[in-house]
Design a protein around this ligand. Structure first.
Ligand SMILES: Cc1cc2nc3c(=O)[nH]c(=O)nc-3n(C[C@H](O)[C@H](O)[C@H](O)COP(=O)(O)OP(=O)(O)OC[C@H]3O[C@@H](n4cnc5c(N)ncnc54)[C@H](O)[C@@H]3O)c2cc1C
Length: 222
């Protein structure tokens, strides 16, 4: 065998080895891919499902449920609010699926309001209670509409006379002053109207027939 023939033979053998090695490598890669894909499952949609039902659904696909958190939510107690990974995602068997479970809507303790003031009703409403105010005159109560506020405005108005009379003794020159009762009353009424609950952004509805019926039976003590 000449040197040239020998070199050709070595080259052919090297090419053959390379081709065989490439085929073996590609086969291994494909086999690994199939093996991995075969162990993947699609994550089921468990949002809105009861925790026990969600656990069964996840276990059925070889996944492990992990409760990440519990929080107040409009959904009923023990219902799944959120999940990770999202539904439909392909994951490996045995992977954890994280869920957040509902504690139900947050409850507020409603204080006893019978025979309590309008302020108590407002505080209860701030805690989420539905409060009904039944008012025969103007909503606002005695203090705002008839008592504290109008009284204070009239008392403040009454003080100026003495101040004007005494001002000269302290070196002040006060032009002839006068007092107009209708102006005071009109301005007092304007201020009371401004303080009405409606003007402060509170929504006041007319009574529904059911509420009127309830009120009538309440007044009759039934
Ligand atoms: C002239 C005056 C001045 C006052 N000044 C002060 C003061 O400076 N500081 C202070 O702390 N307190 C003051 N008060 C007292 C204060 O007004 C009351 O303590 C306070 O208003 C009581 O609040 P309430 O929510 O319990 O009842 P109210 O505010 O009296 O609310 C009761 C509401 O029920 C309505 N009502 C009654 N019967 C019926 C019915 N059958 N159907 C439907 N609605 C009805 C009334 O119209 C009223 O609006 C004053 C009172 C008056 C009269």
């Amino acid at each position: 065998m000449t040197l040239r023939e020998r070199l050709e033979w070595i080259f052919r053998m090297a090419l053959l080895v390379f081709i065989l090695a490439s085929v073996a490598f590609l086969s291994a890669l494909t086999a690994m891919r199939f093996a991995i894909q075969g162990r993947e499952v699609s994550v089921p949609d468990v949002v809105g499902k009861n925790a026990v039902e969600a656990q069964q659904m996840l276990q059925g696909r070889g996944l492990v449920i992990k409760v990440e958190d519990r929080l107040y939510n409009p959904l009923p107690v023990d219902v799944v609010v959120r999940q990770t990974p999202p539904p439909g995602m392909k994951v490996k068997i045995g992977q954890e699926a994280h869920v957040v479970i509902s504690l139900g809507p947050q409850q507020a303790t409603i204080p006893a309001l019978t025979d309590r003031s309008v302020r108590a009703a407002r505080i209860a409403a701030q805690h989420g209670a539905k409060v009904m105010l039944a008012e025969e005159y103007r909503v606002g109560g005695t203090c705002v509409i008839r008592g504290c506020v109008p009284k204070k405005l009239l008392v403040y108005a009454s003080r100026f006379r003495a101040d004007f009379e005494e001002a000269a003794g302290y070196g002040w020159t006060v032009p002839q002053w006068s007092f107009d009762w209708p102006t005071l009353i009109a301005n007092k009424d304007k201020e009371i109207a401004r303080l009405k609950l409606e003007s402060m952004g509170h929504k006041l509805d007319k009574l529904t027939p059911e509420q009127e019926h309830y009120l009538a039976s309440w007044q009759e003590g039934t």
